[in-house]
Design a protein around this ligand. Sequence first.
Ligand code: ATP
Length: 310
Amino acid sequence: MNASSATVVVLGSTNWDICMYLPHLPTPGETVGEGRLKTNLGGKGANQAVACHRAGANTTFISCIGDDATGTTVREEFEAIGLNTSAVATLSNTTTGTACIFIDESAENCIGLTAGANGELTPELVNQHRDTISAADVLLVQLETPIESVLAAAKIAHEAKTKVILNPAPARSLPDELFQYVDVLTPNEGELAQLSGMPTDTEDELNAAAEALIHKGVTNLIVTLGKNGAALFQDQWAVLKQTFAPFVVDAKDTTAAGDTFSGNLAAVIAQTGDYTQAIETAMAAAALSVTREGAIPSIPTREETTEFSK
Ligand code: ATP
């Protein structure tokens, strides 16, 4: 594999993030003042596409935005970042997806989301990009767009031997058919619990939940563990587990840590095919991202990640 020509197709959501930094997260009925406002390009798809692009892979982003003022701003932001937007469709009569994110002083967040154009990313639209998906080294998908489209894209990729990475976020149940097309699944602990239907509170429980997913046909399962690092479970003659120690940093804002992880993972798998190297790079990039505020502004370049991991 030639690192400079590695190609990744990211299929997923684009959102406009309205981030408000507050002394604490509001409880129902409460108004919390003294907020500081920041607006950013976001959405799991866009975040992961930018992470992958900044990690040095040739990245094509398949996504939908609305024909509203936000859509125009979003497209300008993509162009400023240098992301290939030839497969980003502007749809009429719909709004661009929008997320309202509250972040407290300890970097915890809670998020409200409206899908808008993300809900209009149909299997027919996916099919228009069949050749691009088939020619890529890796397809990276998440779950903020309709599941039928995720399934359609994964099936096209699988048939073409394009590796499929699924970041199963936000958590939802998945059709069994999807598992057979996925080469790498990257849940966090909560998503692992949801997908397996098992608790993940202790290490033994987490291992058992991971094994249950492996038995559903997942070949490579990477569980992200926040500030505790990550674990890789692989289906060999038995289920093998490899743990990855975390990078210790002073976290300011964990928004998009998982997206930074997934985008870097996809880039390095496309570039090298080496899972260990991909996880180590993804963890370094994600750790660096949590030391910065916001989603896309926090995502590092490969050079920054390399410098950070020295
Ligand atoms: P989010 O939804 O906040 O974007 P996530 O829940 O999908 O993230 P996490 O498991 O929280 O995913 O984080 C992904 C990876 O980011 C972790 O495996 C870890 O490598 C890195 N990471 C996250 N938080 C921290 C932290 N506080 N310190 C160091 N690394 C972190």
